[in-house]
Design a protein around this ligand. Structure first.
Ligand code: BDR
Ligand code: CA
Length: 314
């Protein structure tokens, strides 16, 4: 059993990750902490609460975090990908959202003391984690591992040619998280672009319970965005891949240790991730003493396992 805090900016692929964590028997979902990103943080919290309720997990705290970037720039969102409500137009306006009395930072710090071997899985901009490190620089001593959906090391970005959305939203926060003395596994577009939800998978979810039906409706909207990107009607499963790697649902088959840095300039490459990767005779080398693991390849079959988990009842 892996104990995690899932830090989310709940759009459609975050919803899939939340639902998978909520229904997996192998994951102890300690809390969801919410950050700005795909939508504003209040809408993200509503969406998170709603997905947990649909998954039958009203017991999981939802803690609200940062409303904008670490350095105080204005926030901006991704309605073109996830819809104005973040759930492709399928957020339930009647849902009465639950939220914890604790902030995201308070939740992370409290859990770091209370939960043995806690892992942080961050699938939005890294603002909450950067604030948690500011609030208590000893936090890394109590965290087993940090897994981040973010970055693009060998592949092109998805905001522009260079940068991936989560890192591009808050490069300063990402740089703080990468500089902290903990181990960070970076699950970037290098692998998430290959995790595909097909129409057949969406149809399978649509034949399931209320959670499955809602996820299927959202996926249909998400496919409207991804169809021209992929050249076929399907969707990319970014955030759940990071969850799967953190919790052992999907093995990594190539993930060299390398120091990752972030472009924090105001130039065209703002938000780009660079890794000091070295390929010798076809084998990626581990950089001695590096604390960042860059995932370049994962094993097959995760999407099928994820679908089976989503269709479990709690
Ligand atoms: C990341 O950006 C967001 O739109 C997704 O939820 C995911 O976390 C992919 O670049
Ligand atoms: Ca996300």
């Amino acid at each position: 059993m892996t104990s995690i805090i899932l830090d989310v900016d709940t759009g459609i692929d975050d919803a899939l990750a939340i639902a998978t964590a909520a229904r997996s028997a192998a994951i102890d979902l300690v809390a969801c902490t919410v950050v700005w990103g795909n939508v504003d943080v209040e809408q993200g919290a509503r969406n998170t609460s709603e997905i947990l309720a649909l998954a039958g997990r009203d017991d999981v705290p939802v803690a609200v975090g940062a409303a904008g970037p670490y350095d105080g720039r204005p926030a901006w969102y991704s309605p073109q990908v996830h819809g104005e409500d973040g759930l492709g137009g399928f957020a339930d306006l009647d849902h009465v959202a639950r939220r914890s009395d604790r902030t995201a930072v308070e939740t992370i710090l409290a859990a770091s003391h209370a939960v043995q071997d806690l892992e942080l899985v961050a699938v939005g901009p890294l603002t909450n984690l950067a604030h948690a490190l500011d609030a208590d620089p000893t936090l890394p001593e109590r965290i087993r591992q940090v897994t981040v959906m973010g970055g693009a090391v060998l592949r092109r970005g998805n905001v522009n040619a260079f940068a991936e959305a989560n890192i591009h939203h808050d490069p300063e926060a990402a740089a703080i998280v990468l500089a902290a003395p903990w181990e960070v596994t970076l699950v970037g577009l290098d692998v998430t672009m290959d995790s595909i939800i097909t129409e057949a998978m969406r149809d399978e979810l649509a034949r399931g319970d209320a959670l499955g039906r809602r996820l299927a409706a959202m996926l249909d909207a998400y496919m409207d965005f991804y169809e021209p990107v992929l050249g076929r009607r399907a969707a990319v499963n970014h955030d759940a891949v990071a969850l799967g790697i953190a919790t052992g649902l999907v093995p990594t088959t190539r993930s060299p240790l390398a120091t990752v840095t972030v472009d924090c300039s105001d130039g065209p490459e703002r938000g780009r991730t660079h890794a000091a990767l070295e390929l010798v005779d076809g084998v990626w080398q581990d950089e001695p003493d590096a604390r960042h693991r860059v995932v370049l390849e994962v094993g097959d079959g995760f999407e099928r396992r994820m679908l089976d988990i989503l269709q479990r009842r709690p």
